[in-house]
Write a protein that binds this ligand. Structure first.
Ligand code: SAH
Ligand code: AVI
Length: 397
């Protein structure tokens, strides 16, 4: 392992792509099985953002690629396998916390949110929304939940997660959004606005309340219903994949979008023994190594690159000053890589490392400080008995 110290600076926020106009969004509004899917990240925008990120990251020193690009079909499948690994405690621990405190969470939202609970659940980086099913069930039990808005860069994962949510809660309006949470938060549905009904089979979207059959525990909205509040869930510790300035931007942007009285449920992985942390990112079955190298396969496919996967080793290390795990790909020999779509040739020195992910770990004080400086008030902090992972509930002040 080389001893090069990461700079911790030089964030790789993608350059702004053209913001889709409402007409673009309307034109791209699809309907699949009663779920609306709104694309703020078209294939063309995705391709141009990837090209810009790859050019910027591969010509930087040190080289770096943003972790958002891990999640193509194979990457999302490998992430699913990671969540089942014995070393990767995060997913099952967060699920256990959610299960233990779902009723308390739901009661806290009923007490704190306008209209007596969460009418809309927005989920950022939703992936499979597997843990979210528990949340949906708890919120549906309040009779206030009308709309689920899963938000992810992976359109396929959204289709599947949206369909599962709709199957479990037929009366719920499922409004999936394909977007990048670093760029498109301002395009989330406005809180308090009447949820749109699920699309009809012909693809049109009625402007009225949901009209589908009601699942147990869900009630039809009436004229006297006050608009219920919005809960944003950001689970899995994904906020730790952003650097502090990016986290601040995201938390502030969400706070502005959600408005006073909205709520945030935030999952964060906690600082612990570095040996356990490194093992979680360098598992014995090699799944995380495959997840890391899949980034190169994606570049080969999407940018006509010729990365030799055998020429790059998976590296996971703990950075104590930053309190984050870094994943890198280390070139095992001096080599050049050609990316035809970028007309770019990149030289790697023997042992040179390219950073592919940071995964920050937190404690109570850090989470509270970051929330407070972004305008959120931390009201609940739930952890597992071993203090490995935390779920925080915060209210927009
Ligand atoms: N929330 C799930 C999935 C976590 S994996 C869980 O807790 O298990 C991270 C998810 O965030 C993936 O589904 C990935 O596609 C999504 N993601 C990563 N970067 C993103 C970005 N910039 N904008 C939107 N989604 C993103
Ligand atoms: C999605 N995110 C919170 C994961 C993490 O733990 O940082 C991604 C991951 N990378 C390697 N393993 C899992």
């Amino acid at each position: 392992m080389t001893s090069r110290t990461p700079t911790g600076t030089g964030t790789t926020r993608p350059p702004a792509t053209r913001t889709p106009t409402p007409a673009d969004v309307a034109a791209l509004l699809n309907a699949r099985g009663g779920i609306t899917i709104e694309r703020h990240l078209t294939e063309a925008q995705r391709a141009s953002t990837l090209a810009a990120d790859a050019r910027e990251g591969l010509t930087a020193d040190p080289k770096e690629l943003p972790p958002t690009w891990f999640y193509d079909t194979t990457g999302s499948m490998l992430f699913g396998k990671i969540t089942e690994l014995p070393e990767y405690y995060q997913t099952r621990t967060e699920r256990a916390i959610l299960s233990a405190h779902a009723a308390e969470l739901s009661a806290a939202l009923t007490a704190a949110l306008p209209g007596g609970g969460a009418g809309t659940l927005v989920e950022l980086g939703s992936g499979t929304s597997e843990k979210t099913r528990m949340l949906l069930a708890a919120l549906a039990g309040t009779g206030r939940l009308r709309r689920f808005v899963p938000f992810d860069v992976d359109a396929d994962a959204l289709s599947r997660a949206g369909a599962a949510a709709k199957a479990a809660h037929p009366g719920l309006a499922v409004h999936a959004v394909v977007g990048d949470f670093r760029q498109h938060l301002g395009l989330l549905p406005t809180p308090g606005a009447a949820p749109r009904a699920a699309a009809r089979p012909d693809g049109t979207v009625p402007g009225a309340h949901p009209s589908g059959p009601k699942a147990a525990g869900e009630s039809a909205p009436s004229e006297t219903d006050a608009p219920a509040g919005t809960l944003v869930a950001f689970l899995g510790g994904t906020i730790g994949n952003l650097r502090p300035p990016e986290r601040h931007l995201l938390l502030t942007g969400l706070r502005e979008r959600i408005g006073r009285g909205g709520a945030l449920l935030l999952g964060t992985d906690l600082v612990k023994d570095p040996g356990r942390l490194v093992a979680a990112y360098d598992d014995s079955a090699g799944v995380t190594a495959a997840f890391n190298r899949n980034l190169l396969t994606m570049l080969n496919r999407e940018l006509g690159a010729d990365f030799d996967l055998r020429g790059f080793a998976h590296v996971a290390l703990w950075e104590p000053e930053n309190r984050w795990i870094e994943m890198r790909l280390r070139s095992v020999r001096a080599q050049t890589v050609r990316l035809t779509a970028l007309d770019l040739t990149v030289a790697f020195a023997d042992g040179e490392e390219m950073r592919t992910e940071i995964s920050a770990k937190f404690d109570h004080a850090t989470v509270e400080r970051e929330l407070t400086t972004a305008g959120w008030h931390l009201t609940h902090w739930w952890t597992d008995p071993d203090g490995d992972f935390a779920l925080s509930l915060a209210i927009a002040e």
